[in-house]
Design a protein around this ligand. Structure first.
Ligand code: IMP
Ligand code: MG
Length: 170
């Protein structure tokens, strides 16, 4: 598939550092649990966590709303749960890209029910065109109006994740 460069490697790195700085200062004196949403968020998650200079813990969840097509089915399933108890702990959900908002609003509600002391959302990209649920992204890397993006962990049918920068498929 043809693609055009959307976010360069340098721009990603720069923005990840800025988000990490913000999280570092907002959570000073705490030890937030970062929950990465597999698989797309892995590179973002590991770059972000290593750039945060306070202690953090990591866990991962896998949810899927996408079949093999480029549009959401609307049905969210959690196919892998976290393993660290989060009751009474500050949690930051780390996502690659927010599209309809269904995945994050589902996960946010789930983890709030388990008694996290606070729950914030950090997403590398917030895609605006197709919002169905209003989810507030506390830490947002980039806002993008539209298009299907790949690279830096983001895939289309499991392809393109390895690319170091982010592209828009044409
Ligand atoms: P939502 O539930 O519609 O917000 O879907 C979010 C999930 O869909 C993300 O975690 C991604 O895995 C996937 N997704 C949405 N838009 C894109 C895109 O442009 N490229 C790659 N994956 C996407
Ligand atoms: Mg995802």
């Amino acid at each position: 598939m043809e693609r055009e460069l959307c976010i360069s490697k340098e721009a990603i790195q720069q923005r990840v550092l800025e988000l990490a700085e913000q999280i570092t200062s907002d959570y000073a004196g705490e030890e937030p649990i970062l929950i990465g949403i597999l698989n797309g968020a892995v590179f973002f998650f590991s770059d972000l966590m290593r750039a945060i200079s306070i202690p953090t813990k990591m866990d991962f969840v896998r949810a899927s709303s996408y079949g093999s097509r480029m549009a959401s089915s609307g049905i969210i399933r959690m196919t892998k749960d976290i393993e660290i108890p989060i009751a009474g702990k500050p949690v930051v959900l780390v996502e690659d890209i927010v599209d309809s908002g269904l995945t994050l609003s589902y996960l946010k509600e789930k983890f709030e029910q388990r008694g996290a002391s606070s729950l914030k959302i950090c997403a590398l990209i917030d895609k605006l065109e197709r919002k169905e649920k209003d989810v507030f992204v506390d830490y947002c890397g980039f806002q993008i109006q539209e298009g299907f993006l790949v690279g830096y962990g983001l895939d289309c049918n499991e392809e393109y994740r390895y690319l170091p920068e982010i592209y828009r498929l044409k």
